[in-house]
Design a protein around this ligand. Structure first.
Ligand code: AMP
Length: 226
């Protein structure tokens, strides 16, 4: 049986976290838990939390740690996650969130925090060109659009530019990343849980690098991640 995993994936917006998280979730057969996707679903459903979150999300601001960690804690408490683990995407984004996550997981440890490294100039180009399906979240770009007129190849939904992929919001999100999220790299490194992997090149090569980094750690820990 494929062993499960408890992974978090760090990286600037546009580093390809979402794509790699989907692949890791298939590889290790664990749920992909994306706070951004959960919040966008809440906005779409018009829930109280969604209505509260929308404006801040559109501007590229971070939502409060308590709101985020409450949402994440209840997802991580579900049976699929408890049984096999998770790939956590978009969280933690602050040291306070990482501390709360460690408390929540205790006594079980995270297997690894993977940092996908991509130069800022490259993520800026990727974000400006990124287009997403409003229904299933599939990713496209202006240079690699869906086959038919901005209609999603996967589900037929409308493919658009995310409000927070516009220039002002991108600048703000990258600023917040440097200030609030980048310190997590040293935080996880100090705990011996960090694997830094280059995120440049084709998505398949990045996936191979990430899985190799995870397997090396798995071998060091005696064969199992969970
Ligand atoms: P993402 O798709 O991960 O870029 O998330 C989209 C937006 O959701 C972010 O720009 C934030 O407004 C909000 N968000 C997602 N995850 C978090 C988090 N861990 N902490 C605070 N805000 C978050």
């Amino acid at each position: 049986m494929v062993p499960g995993a408890r992974l978090i994936v760090l990286g600037k917006q546009g580093a390809g976290k979402g794509t790699q998280c989907v692949r890791l979730s298939h590889h290790y057969v664990v749920p992909h838990v994306s706070t951004g996707d959960m919040l966008r679903a809440a906005v779409k459903q018009g829930t109280a939390m969604g209505l509260k979150a929308k404006d801040q999300m559109d501007r590229g601001e971070l939502l409060g740690d308590d709101l985020i960690m409450g949402m994440v804690a209840s997802r991580l408490d579900e049976s699929d996650v408890r049984a096999r683990g998770f790939v956590l995407d978009g969280c933690p984004r602050t040291v306070a969130q990482a501390e709360q996550l460690a408390v929540f997981l205790n006594p079980v440890e995270l297997d690894m925090a993977v940092d996908i490294e991509v130069p800022t100039a490259q993520v800026l180009r990727r974000l400006a060109a990124r287009r997403v399906c409003v229904d299933c979240g599939a990713n496209y770009s202006v240079s690699s659009p869906p086959l038919i007129n901005w209609t999603c190849d996967v589900c037929g939904g409308e493919v658009i530019q995310r409000e927070d992929d516009r220039e002002e919001a991108i600048t703000r999100r990258l600023e917040l990343y440097e200030r609030q999220t980048a310190p997590l790299i040293d935080w996880y490194r100090a705990r011996g849980q960090l694997a830094a992997v280059s995120g440049t090149g084709a998505p398949d090569s990045v996936t191979r690098r990430v899985i190799k980094a995870i397997e090396v750690r798995r071998d060091r820990k005696g064969g199992r991640l969970t």
